[in-house]
Design a protein around this ligand. Structure first.
Ligand SMILES: [Zn+2]
Length: 247
């Protein structure tokens, strides 16, 4: 049976779709994960640099750590899963991409509206005047980079224990409540508030599809779980959904 039929969905540009992505989609582009086996914590240099990063986050030590990470990410490329999500945004009139990633790969793949729950390593934020400034170049000319007001910027990344931007969070939750199809890609979504999002969507009536190489705590709640790499499985799913739209 076709997937759309199986899910009981009519695919058209009016279908309301939300996608939630996490570290798994970036890992397939070579972006190192931050914790666990094979993560950057196993690299002594990363641990040394990370130990110098800390509140108030607008220091040279923090930026040395972020510049190291920005340098790694700048050598990575978006993969076919990132591009499939950018195509979906073009096709669906009401499409919302929510990511836990801070690497900017969705934007580089052409996604225009991305709700970045944890911010972006390609922006700085001023603790003094609140300005948010794009910092697309790496390496930066000076560390820490300075705001227009002359004060040092901090990375515009939500650090562990810090709250998510309320405007970003409320947009994401509103999208979850109105979704008809919810895609969970490369995340086990165990971290609040991302963990809630698929469940909110499902309670509101969405059909949920997970793409992950391994079962996750969300698997029992899914309408469909696809075991595989996002870079292969997501473009295939997208092609399959599109083919049922034109049929
Ligand atoms: Zn400022």
């Amino acid at each position: 049976m076709r997937i759309a039929e199986e899910l009981g969905l009519r695919v058209s540009p009016r279908l309301r779709v939300v996608a939630l992505t996490g570290a798994g989609i970036s890992l397939e582009s070579g972006v190192p994960i931050f914790r666990g086996e094979g993560s950057m914590w196993e690299i002594p240099e990363a641990r040394r640099l990370a130990s110098r990063a800390g509140p108030p986050w607008n220091t040279r030590g923090t930026w040395e750590y972020y510049e190291w990470r920005r340098g790694l990410v700048s050598r990575c490329k978006p993969n076919p899963a990132h591009y499939a999500l950018a195509e979906m945004e073009e096709y669906f009139e009401d499409f919302c991409l929510i990511t836990q990633n801070v690497d900017g790969l969705h934007s580089r793949a052409g996604s225009r509206r991305v709700l970045e729950l944890h911010g972006s390593m390609w922006r700085g934020r001023c603790l003094e005047c609140g300005r948010v400034i794009e910092l697309p170049e790496t390496p930066l000319k000076a560390l820490p980079p300075l705001c227009a007001c002359g004060r040092p910027l901090r990375p515009d990344v939500v650090q562990f224990g810090e709250p998510i931007d309320p405007a970003v969070l409320s947009s994401a939750l509103a999208a979850c409540r109105s979704a008809e199809l919810f895609l969970v890609v490369g995340t086990s979504a165990v971290v609040y508030p991302a963990a809630q999002m698929p469940l909110i969507a499902i309670e509101s009536g969405a059909r949920a599809v997970e793409i992950n190489p391994n079962p996750t705590p969300l698997t029992p709640f899914m309408s469909l779980s696809i075991r595989g790499r996002a870079a292969e499985s997501l473009p295939r799913l997208w092609e399959e959904l599109l083919s049922s739209a034109s049929a």
